[in-house]
Design a protein around this ligand. Structure first.
Ligand code: ADP
Ligand code: MG
Length: 324
């Protein structure tokens, strides 16, 4: 029912950036090579994600908005071996429960595309529509029907900042995908398909930033492997805000990794200061449990010590290599 949908939505959807996260992850899961994100009013008024992924057939497009509709778990064992970013089938239902959503999609199996409109969880209409292979989802008026939550949305500038930050993370996590970000009609980020993380970081941050970063790479592929960048110790921050951590391509906030990172800098950075970092950790899928929080931002490792050790060693090696 609608109320329980709205309540469940609150766990997943907090602000425009959380909507963007779910939509972009779906585009990545759909095999998109190109993702374009467009927003207005900090994403509160409008947020559109367009991809050239595999798209959906008409029936799947309608089903996609049902809670627990996911095409990503076909066997029970899949629950324990999650390869795609999404797996709960809650995101679209949650977004549609608290906004006005229009989905236009087309897959190779059908001669024409489909448009589905949903408002506050109510299906408004389904009709044929023209669209190239892929999916465009437009979300309007976030929390239009939940004033209590709308109140907690921050200023346009703050929400725009969170959105931009989030898209930057995904652009870094997926150098092979072309990302375009358009804020109020102005293109603020465009990253053509890149060969690797370094090239992508260069596209996004420019040469100066890259020069001040130390390349991190270490661990063992097939057990725990980390790559990315950390900042040279002359760059110090008073918070962990500039630490971006990904586990198996998924953006996470993780205390274990953050702590291991700090340990690597112990006696190099003054107490209470933190490095900037962009770290991608890969572990076998059965070594990590991502099913701990509806927003899927926290993870639990089967062998936390191995993970901590891998991060510490790789970062120390990077610092050492640069003479620290
Ligand atoms: P989940 O990603 O956890 O499966 P979602 O609610 O995010 O759940 O999406 C529901 C389903 O809708 C997905 O499993 C997928 O089949 C379909 N879907 C959503 N977005 C897209 C997209 N951009 N391209 C193709 N299919 C999509
Ligand atoms: Mg999803």
């Amino acid at each position: 029912d609608q109320l329980s949908n709205q309540i469940a939505a609150g766990e997943v959807i907090e602000r425009p950036a959380s909507v963007a996260k779910e939509l972009v992850e779906n585009s990545i899961d759909a095999g998109a090579k190109r993702i374009e994100i467009h927003f207005e009013g900090g994403g509160r008024r409008l947020l559109r994600v367009a991809d050239d992924g595999e798209g959906m057939a008409r029936d799947d497009a309608i089903l996609a908005f049902e809670r627990h509709a996911t095409s990503k778990i076909s066997r029970l064992e899949d629950l324990f071996e999650i390869r795609t970013l999404g797996f709960r089938g809650e995101a679209l239902a949650s977004i549609a429960a608290v906004s006005r959503v229009e989905l236009v999609t087309k897959c190779d199996d059908e001669p024409h595309g489909t448009r589905v409109r949903i408002e506050g969880g109510k299906l408004r209409d389904v009709e044929p529509a023209a669209h190239p292979r892929g999916t465009t989802i437009t979300m309007r008026d976030l929390f239009f029907n939940v004033p209590a939550r709308r109140k907690f949305l921050r200023s346009e500038a703050t929400e725009s900042f969170h959105l931009t930050n989030l898209i930057t993370h995904y652009a870094l996590a997926h150098p092979e995908i072309e990302f375009t970000l358009i804020n109020n009609g102005r293109e603020t980020l465009r990253a053509a398909p890149a060969l690797d993380l370094r090239e992508r970081a260069y596209q996004i941050f420019g040469a100066d930033f890259i020069e001040n970063l130390l390349l991190v790479e270490g661990g063992e592929r097939g057990s725990a492997f980390v790559r990315g960048f950390v900042s040279a110790p002359r760059e110090r921050r008073t918070s962990r805000d500039a630490q971006y951590l990904f586990v198996n391509g998924r953006f996470v906030r993780d205390k274990l990794i953050a702590r291991a990172l700090s340990e690597a800098y112990r006696s190099i950075l003054p107490h209470g200061t933190y490095p900037a970092a962009l770290l991608f950790l890969d572990v076998p899928f059965d070594e990590v449990d991502v099913n701990v929080h509806p927003a899927k931002i926290e993870v639990r490792f089967r062998r936390p010590e191995l993970v901590a050790e891998t991060i510490r060693e790789a970062v120390r090696a990077a610092l050492h290599g640069a003479g620290y």
